[in-house]
Design a protein around this ligand. Structure first.
Ligand SMILES: [Zn+2]
Length: 126
């Protein structure tokens, strides 16, 4: 995001508004390309890492919603990646992606994917 200021295009049909516009477009396309590659690399990955069986007693877990699962037999709680990040952010509002990664063990790629899916909102730190 460094090296240029973002502006709203003032013309239509792709007419350059300034000599710097071509550079800006190239930069934007490169970013899009990188984002696409990242998302494609994640498709093969198990993105959500959903738990299936209770790790305490082996019973099939019931889904509570919002990434949380409860064992019907022993009451043990499990979380998928979304549930882990969500519960971490509930305890640590305003944590950075790095802090979330360290606190949950969920990889930054997965966190980025969840932000891209609008599951979480990323704000620029100033
Ligand atoms: Zn159990």
């Amino acid at each position: 995001m460094k090296g240029y200021k973002m502006e709203i295009a003032k013309t239509k049909q792709g007419v350059p508004v300034s000599p710097g516009k071509a550079d800006f477009e190239a930069e934007k396309n490169r970013e899009k390309e990188n984002e696409k590659k990242l998302l494609e690399s994640l498709v093969a990955d198990d993105i959500e890492n959903k738990p299936n069986r209770c790790r305490m007693c082996g019973a099939k877990l019931g889904y509570d919603g919002l990434g949380e699962y409860t064992c019907p037999d022993c009451g043990h709680k499990e979380y998928d990646d979304y549930g882990l990040v969500r519960s971490f952010l509930e305890e640590h509002p305003g944590a950075t992606a790095i802090q979330v990664e360290k606190g949950t063990g969920v990889s930054r790629n997965k966190i980025t994917k969840m932000i891209a899916d609008d599951k979480f909102i990323a704000k620029i730190n100033k």
